[in-house]
Structures are given as C-alpha cells and as structure tokens.
Design a binder for this molecule. Structure first.
Ligand code: ADP
Ligand code: XUL
Length: 522
C-alpha cells in the first residue's frame, strides 16, 4: 500500500489529505481552523489585527500548534500515521518567517516539549508577514530602481515588484529593523518553514513557490544577484534552495515518530505554494485547462507553454510543479469580501445563492460595486472600502439581493478582465476552493467567462495536489495516472453559461473597467 500525506497550510486553516494510490481512495480529510480551534491566537481569519489596514501578519506558532492538533486528531480517531510513505505540503504563498541561528539546533526537537515552545525563541521577527500585506509600495519602487527598472524585474522574475511578494517584504523588514535583519540566519516561506518543521532539518524553498518572491530568475532557476542586492544585503546566505519541487528535503523528525506514530524514514518532500499545488490537484499541469480557485483569495491560473508576462503588471509566472511554468492572477478580496456582504444582510450561503440566481437579473439592473473591502492587489487599489453605483436603495445598502449580485458580478468581471493577458479563452474552467460550492457564484462566473465550469470530487485541491506531488516523487506513478484517479470531475456540478447573459456581461466588462478608471485612475 502506498499512502501519501498532503498538508495545506493556508490562510485560515491547516488541513491534511491522505491518499492511497493502490485503491484510489482518500483515507483522511481533516482540517483545523485557526479562528475556531485556536482562538487564543486572536486571529479569527488567520491573521492578526493591525491598526494599519495595509499590514497583515500571522503568528507562525499558531501554524505549529495547528499541526500538532491536526496530527493528534488523526491519531485519536485511530488513523495510523505509520503507514504514510511520503509527505509533501502546500503553503499560502509569499508569506515569510524570520529565524535566528538557534533555529538549526532547535530542529533537533526535545519530545517532552511542544514545537511552539521550542521554536518561539528562534524567531528573529515576532510574526510572519503574509500575502495579504500591501504595505511595501516604497520598497517595490526602490527595488525596481536598483535593479534597472520594472521591465527588468519582470524579465528576470516574471512579475513586477509586488507589494505582497517576499523580496519587497524582506526589504521593508531590513529597513525597519536592520539589527533584527542582521540576526536573521534564515528566511523561510510558509511552505519551506513547514517542511523544515516536519523534517527537523532546514528545508529548501522549491522553484514553484520561490517564483513568488521577486528574487528568482526564472530562466536560470536560481536566485538572481541583481535582485538579491536590490532587496537587502547578504540575502543569498539567508535563503535555502531553490530546488525542484520533487526534491526530498529529509525524513520525518523523530519527534513525530514518538508523538504521533509516524514510521522512521518517512520521506518529506519539498513543499510548494498553494496555487502550484492546486494546479496539480486540479489535474491541470498541461496547458489548456484553466482553473479558478475561490478561497480566501480568488485566483485564476493555468499551465503555460512558455512564460508570457502581464503588460499591466498584475499577473505572475510561477513554477509548475510538474516542470515548466504557470500563469496566475490573485485577487485579495475573495471570500472575506463575500462574507462581509453575507453578514451585513444576515444571510446564509443558500440565501446568498438564491439572491444571485432567483432574485436579481444578469446585469443587476445597472447596480455595480467596486468590491475592494481590503486594499486590492489585482488591480492595485490601496484605498480600502467598497464603492457602490446605481439605484438609491442599492447605494444606501438597503437592497440585500442587489448587493449580493453586485459583489458576485464585480468579482467575476474583475477576474475576467485581469486574466485576459494569459491568452487562454477556455471553454471549460475547473473550479476549487471554499466558495466553489456556491451555485450562484458559479453561474455568474460561467456567464462572464462564457465557459462551462467543473468541480472536482475533492474540494481541497491544494492539499490533494501536495499529496499527489508526494505520490509522484515517492512512487514514481506518472502525473496522468494520478490525475485520472484523484482529480476526477463531479459531472453533476458542471455549470453551463446561459447564452442570453453573454451580451449583458460583455457590456459590464466595459462599464466596470470605465468605473475603475474614473474612481482610481487605473
Ligand atoms: P483558504 O484555503 O484560502 O483558507 P478555503 O478554500 O478553505 O480558503 O475557503 C474558505 C472560504 O470559503 C470561507 O472564508 C468562506 O467564505 C467560503 N465558503 C465556504 N462555504 C461557502 C459557500 N457555500 N458559498 C460561498 N463561500 C463559501
Ligand atoms: C497568490 C496569492 C494567494 C496566496 C494565498 O499569488 O497571493 O493566492 O497564495 O492563497
């Protein structure tokens, strides 16, 4: 039997999926929610409150406590961790953990103490900055200047300097606290940090997630000296890797053998970013299948034939875990913005779907929202707060169904216009993430993209992708065979576009783009 574990360390939760490559079964699918399960971290949505709306940090000790809670839950439910042959994982992208030189020694854990207890003294920065942070515009400009201009950064790294990317975030830390930067011996991504914890060894960053740092030269598959120097001094020595995603970074640490019953020698593979892992989990490693993921962030991505960059600068090129590259756009105002509308009108998700499907027409009688509750990354809007245009009841937040329809239409159109540079006009799009369960959201996406949407049997495609990456590396089973079995489509949930709505949404694309321009000058 080959049982493989995929972990997904995402913005709001940590989850585990165990697959069995002999039977094609999912043996375990378990989640710890930071807000509900670890309320002592004061992070109801996975991040800490901050008076500056552009700053978003998390406590990495919360991730470690979640890991122990998840493994203990599996063990207490009678799941036998000793059967696992290999582990890989998926991390929310771009986030970074800053560690002093005690880190390397601390990885030889003492089994009588918790991971959090042992790792806390190793932090050279108290919290980890995450992908939702938009506070580095000054550093982005400085990096562009020092590296020879925005176009040069795009040419080398696949993205312009981006506020949430790790390089600009490292630069900000270096500027704000040079002494703490100096004491930082290792900077990990969420993915490589969690891999290090499992292996009890300093694990390298993989090429898929490493591409989200503005430090990696895509063509060379290595850190680029010009980008490193433009970011902060002595940075190369503080980074581990980059390595291909199939690299084994170690064997499970004795701590997990003693405490949770893993077998000594269990392989730990490099972790990757959630979007690269999702590409694998969705069975989309070959060009031609586009994915929309509706999680905390909404993303649109696809495998690429060759790296193409976004002339507007919002899109990115990341490493495809199966080799080559993938395109991606990420929208920060995804699920949490939908929840803000849901909660404002006291709705549940069924009522939310009904408002979209039954209570409002396509085009929403001309009511339109610019849906940026938080500072947005695609497009770049640094002024938080939604803006409403249309009828009196709507603009005064007195029309619940219209508000629901407005956010769903706005998010769909926003994704469509900002993903057009990818040059895919897919007739089928696969969807994943928490909100992909919502038929109202799916219908509007189908109509706006003029594509049939398909959902997979497994909802956590990032965790599944991590397990498949472990399976491919450990057992050598080819990607195609793995995705035929595990990334099968649920035919009952395929949603087709309604032809009569096509013209309405073609028009809305123009109106929405014009409103963006009028309101934010973009
Ligand atoms: P992440 O992996 O980024 O933490 P998930 O993919 O787990 O996020 O998605 C979590 C989100 O899914 C929640 O914030 C919630 O708003 C959303 N969600 C859950 N169920 C539904 C539903 N039926 N309709 C719309 N959104 C939903
Ligand atoms: C991608 C991005 C988000 C995070 C969190 O660039 O910022 O999708 O990976 O999911």
């Amino acid at each position: 039997m080959a049982e493989l574990l995929g972990l997904d360390s995402s913005t709001q939760s940590l989850s585990a999926i165990v697959i069995d490559t002999d039977t094609g079964e999912i043996l375990l699918d378990e989640t710890v929610h930071y807000g509900d399960d670890l309320p002592q971290y004061n992070s109801p949505n996975g991040f800490l409150e901050n008076p500056d709306p552009l700053v978003k940090h998390s406590d990495p000790m919360m991730w470690l406590e979640a890991l122990e809670m998840l493994l203990a839950r599996g063990r207490d439910k009678g799941f036998d961790w000793s059967q696992i042959k290999g582990i890989s994982g998926s991390g929310q992208q771009h986030g970074s953990v800053y560690l002093n030189d005690k880190f390397f020694q601390a990885l030889n854990y003492d089994s009588s103490k918790s991971l959090a207890e042992q790792l806390k003294p190793c932090l050279s920065r108290a919290s980890a900055v995450i992908w939702m942070d938009s506070s580095t515009s000054a550093e982005c400009a400085e990096i562009a200047r020092a590296a020879g201009g925005v176009a040069e950064v795009v040419r080398l790294s696949g993205s312009r300097p981006i506020e949430r990317f790790t390089g600009p975030q490292i630069r900000k830390f270096y500027k704000e606290d040079p002494a703490a930067y100096e004491k930082t011996a290792r900077i990990h991504l969420v993915s490589s940090f969690m891999a290090s914890i499992l292996a009890g060894a300093d694990a390298a960053i993989d090429l898929g997630d490493g591409a989200g740092m503005n430090l990696l030269e895509l063509a060379a598959a290595d850190w680029n000296d010009k980008l490193l120097e433009a970011t902060a001094p002595n940075l190369r020595e503080k980074l581990a890797g980059p390595v291909p995603g199939s690299t084994q970074v170690g064997e499970i640490a004795p701590y997990f053998v003693e405490k949770y019953g893993f077998s000594p020698g269990t392989a730990v593979l490099a972790w990757s970013g959630d979007n690269p892992c999702s590409l694998v989990g969705m069975g989309a490693i070959e060009p031609g299948t586009a994915i929309i993921s509706l999680g905390t962030s909404d993303t649109f991505f696809a495998a690429m034939r060759r790296p193409v960059t976004d002339p507007k600068g919002y899109g990115h090129v990341f490493g495809n875990p199966a080799g080559g590259f993938m395109s991606l756009i990420a929208v920060k105002n995804g699920s949490l913005a939908r929840e803000a509308v849901l909660n404002r009108f006291g709705l549940d998700w069924d009522a939310f779907a009904k408002a979209v499907l039954e209570e409002t027409p396509a085009g929403n009688n001309g009511n339109l929202m610019l849906p940026y509750y938080e500072a947005e990354i695609t497009p770049l809007v640094l002024e938080p707060g939604p803006k409403l245009f249309g009828g009196d009841a709507f603009v005064n937040w007195q029309d619940g169904p219209a508000a629901v329809k407005a956010i769903v239409e706005a998010q769909a159109v926003n994704l469509k216009i900002h993903s057009s540079w990818i040059g895919e006009e897919p007739s089928i799009i696969r969807v994943t993430g928490g909100a992909s369960k919502n038929p109202g959201i799916l219908q509007v996406l189908a109509d706006v993209f003029g594509a049939t949407l398909q959902r997979l049997n497994v909802s956590n495609s990032a965790g599944l992708g991590a397990a498949l990456r472990a399976a491919n590396a450990v057992t050598g089973i080819p990607w195609d065979n793995l995705s035929d079995v595990f990334s099968a489509v649920e035919p009952a949930t395929s949603v087709k576009p309604i032809p009569a709505n096509a013209a309405v949404y073609a028009e809305l694309e123009h109106t929405f783009a014009a409103k963006l321009n009028e309101t934010y000058g973009i």
